[in-house]
Design a protein around this ligand. Structure first.
Ligand code: BQZ
Length: 692
């Protein structure tokens, strides 16, 4: 799958060249990562690896850890020897895929997030503050972030907590072997009990909604899961060979939490607790919460910082047997999203996804300065904004009378088409940043995916006059002379609430732009700005008329991962059309056809059939203005130049965010450049529940 990064962005390349920051000169000791990857013509990365070139499982003759761990902990009997902390066959991160080769232990990876941790119980939906915080602590059955490096003919999720899997001859059962001997960061064994607790008491429990939105239908309607032993699980599917389900078992959807800590708080096992008690039982202040990830939160200062220290039981090593991660410490300063870019520019942070177009020119200008502490690489246009109209007509989100009238409009084809025609996407793009970064977005799957079909994509363009005519013909008129259109049947002036996040300039500017262009066709839009998790909650519970949404999930850019979110495949899977209180989905005819197209895609293993199914989906989605696409743009990863092993031109978002795609456990700082960044040197996580 050739990823088109730069050719289209010739303009950007020109700008980069103008800014003279195509590839800042590498500093001593750090190989120029650009030089170590086969670049596709026109820049970007030519995926040339197979999954086995990235990770594998085997035992090695010898293992090693940072010397201070052996001296201060193992030698003093405070920790078992490394070999007893590792699985029989640990996950080995292959050297061949390490741009700068085998690394060295030490130092701190410094990051910033604009989010705030709610707590550690992601199984019950708590966010850890985004920005890659949870990606650093969670591990999932499979892994997909690094797949941007994998050849399309070898594309499949990487093994992770599930180290291998086999399909039954009829394809209705998938047996998975878990990593035998892996342990949580408190030393407790990881087994199928953790997987089954996550499945039974979280994914399947209607009172729990795990972070990432996994639900009973996320793995195919009617799917069951059982444990065959402490290290073997078996899935049973109605459909034969639903191979894409392996993508669903990666980050966001199947990252089990520690059952030995969570179960005692779950109402099914502790009747004294309510579901709210269960969700909130592990606030951010309760540090040392057991994880399977590379780092454990050991210190939390609200609105200031979360300090993480290396997980002494981390079950991954490099090809030389060094226990990963290389970094002994991970720091997350709790600031604003804009600070994330600024801190990397200033050299006081190491990594950021530059995703606010308004910052691009300044970041490029800074990157071009001689001695700039960071390097920059733009990826494909994986970010896109759209207006999602709530399409439920039977009560999802319990709308009031006005809200119900808005739903009726949203479910009217002419109304959606008119709103789409009213949007001047080029003007919206230019308000975000001048230059060729931001392009109009038609809605549907993104042009940078291999399943994109331009001929099947209906571009609505900008035509306010035609939009007004469509509304007039549909009887959506100004019936009281107020100058604004009224709800049909002589109702009051139409008022529609657009829910958006105040977190970035992009969200604010696009929301205001939508309001202006809607007014031009006589529609009054009221803006409601609600922050990160609140906005996510409004979205998940259907309490919105219209939602301004950035594609934070992978289905529009990969299709294979999260395809269940492309259309309302189940009563509770879709972002803007879920079942009402009765549990029934009131699909519109074109939605039923979209569901059929996605099902045809999921059910087939034939590339031609899958491409045709996606073309049908794309035509239905864009012709019916299923979502009102606005703009799409590339993001850029900026990395401090002291950091080694970052693959060149890593997309900030594709199969997962860059924080996963770059495999942070294998990032390192060459010995000669280490020093002084750690806040809690030579310390390890403490016990979680010292009281018990
Ligand atoms: C990346 C990401 C890692 C969530 C979040 C945030 C939440 C959404 C989305 C992105 C942030 C960063 O995105 O913007 O660059 O670091 O965290 O998780 O937007 O509000 O709910 O889906 O991932």
């Amino acid at each position: 799958m050739e990823r088109r990064c730069w050719s289209v962005e010739a303009g950007i390349a020109v700008l980069l060249l103008l800014a003279g920051c195509s590839a800042p000169a590498p500093s001593a000791g750090v190989a120029d990562p650009q030089a170590t990857a086969a670049l596709a013509p026109g820049g970007g990365v030519r995926p040339r690896l197979k999954p086995a070139d990235l990770v594998g499982f085997r035992s090695l003759p010898a293992y090693s850890e940072p010397a201070w761990v052996s001296q201060d902990f193992v030698a003093k009997g405070r920790l078992p020897p490394l070999r007893d902390r590792l699985p029989k066959q640990p996950l080995v991160v292959a050297a061949g895929a390490m741009p700068d080769g085998i690394g060295v232990h030490g130092d701190a990876l410094r990051q910033v997030t604009g989010g705030r941790p709610e707590g550690w119980n992601t199984s019950a939906g708590q966010s850890q503050g985004w920005g890659g915080v949870d990606i650093g602590t969670l591990e999932c059955l499979t892994r997909t972030g690094p797949l941007f490096l994998v050849r399309s003919d070898a594309l499949q999720p990487l093994p992770n907590l599930a180290r291998r899997w086999t399909w039954s001859p009829d394809g209705h059962q998938l047996t998975m072997d878990l990593v035998e001997g892996a342990r949580w960061s408190d030393g407790h064994p990881f087994t199928s009990d953790d997987v089954m607790f996550f499945w039974t008491d979280n994914v399947l429990d209607p009172q729990v909604s795990p972070l990432g939105g996994a639900g009973p239908d996320s793995f195919g309607a009617g799917t069951t899961l059982e444990a065959l032993g402490p290290y073997t699980i078996r899935w049973t599917f109605r459909q034969a060979f639903p191979e894409d389900v392996l993508y669903q078992m990666a980050y966001g959807k199947f990252c089990p939490g520690p059952a030995h800590v969570l179960r005692p708080q779950h109402p099914r096992h502790n009747p004294r607790n309510s579901y709210a008690d269960y969700r909130n039982a592990f606030p951010a202040a309760r540090v040392n919460f057991p994880v399977m990830g590379a780092w454990v939160a050991t210190e939390y200062r609200p609105d200031d910082i979360i300090i993480f220290r290396r997980n002494p039981y981390y079950w991954k090593v490099d090809a030389a047997g060094q226990q990963l991660p290389y970094f002994d410490e991970l720091q997350y300063r709790l600031l604003g999203w804009n600070d994330r870019d600024i801190q990397v520019i200033a050299g006081t942070s190491d990594l950021a996804n530059v995703e606010v177009p308004g910052n691009y020119v300044e970041v490029l200008r800074q990157a071009a300065k001689p001695g700039a502490p960071f390097r920059i690489a733009f990826g494909p246009r994986g970010a896109a904004y759209a207006v999602l109209m709530n399409l439920s007509g039977n009560g999802w989100g319990e709308p009031d009378a006005r809200g119900q009238q808005v739903r009726r409009l949203n479910r009217t084809l002419a109304f959606r088409q008119a709103v789409s025609l009213a949007m001047d996407r080029q003007a919206l793009a230019t308000t975000l940043v001048k230059g060729p970064f931001v392009l109009p977005y038609a809605g549907g799957i993104l042009p940078d995916t291999p399943f994109y079909d331009a001929a099947a994509t209906v571009q609505w363009g900008h035509d306010a006059a035609r939009a007004r005519a469509l509304l007039d013909d549909a009887g959506i008129i100004d019936s009281d002379g107020s100058g604004m259109r009224n709800f049909p049947g002589g109702g009051p002036d139409i008022e529609i609430v657009l829910t958006a996040s105040p977190d970035t300039a992009t969200d604010r500017s696009l929301a205001e732009g939508v309001q202006i262009f809607a007014r031009e066709i006589g529609l009054r839009i009221i803006l409601r700005f609600v922050g990160g998790t609140q906005r996510d909650a409004a979205g998940a519970s259907g309490q919105f008329d219209w939602l301004l949404s950035r594609n934070n999930t992978t289905e529009l850019i990969t299709v294979v991962q999260g395809s269940d979110a492309l259309a309302p495949m189940g009563p509770y899977t879709h972002a803007f059309h879920r079942a009402g209180p009765g549990g029934r989905l009131d699909l519109l005819p074109y939605e039923r056809d979209m569901v059929a197209a996605v099902a045809a895609f999921q059910d087939s293993r034939d590339p031609a059939v899958r491409r045709a199914a996606m073309a049908r989906y794309q035509r239905l989605s864009t012709a019916n203005a299923n979502s009102i696409g606005l703009v799409r743009f590339p993001g850029a990863l900026i990395v401090n130049r002291r950091i080694a092993n970052v693959p060149p031109a890593t997309p900030i978002f594709m199969f997962n965010w860059a924080e996963d795609a770059i495999m942070r456990e294998r990032l390192f700082v060459p010995r000669a450049r280490q020093g002084g960044a750690e806040l809690r040197p030579r310390t390890l996580p403490g016990c979680f529940d010292c009281r018990s």
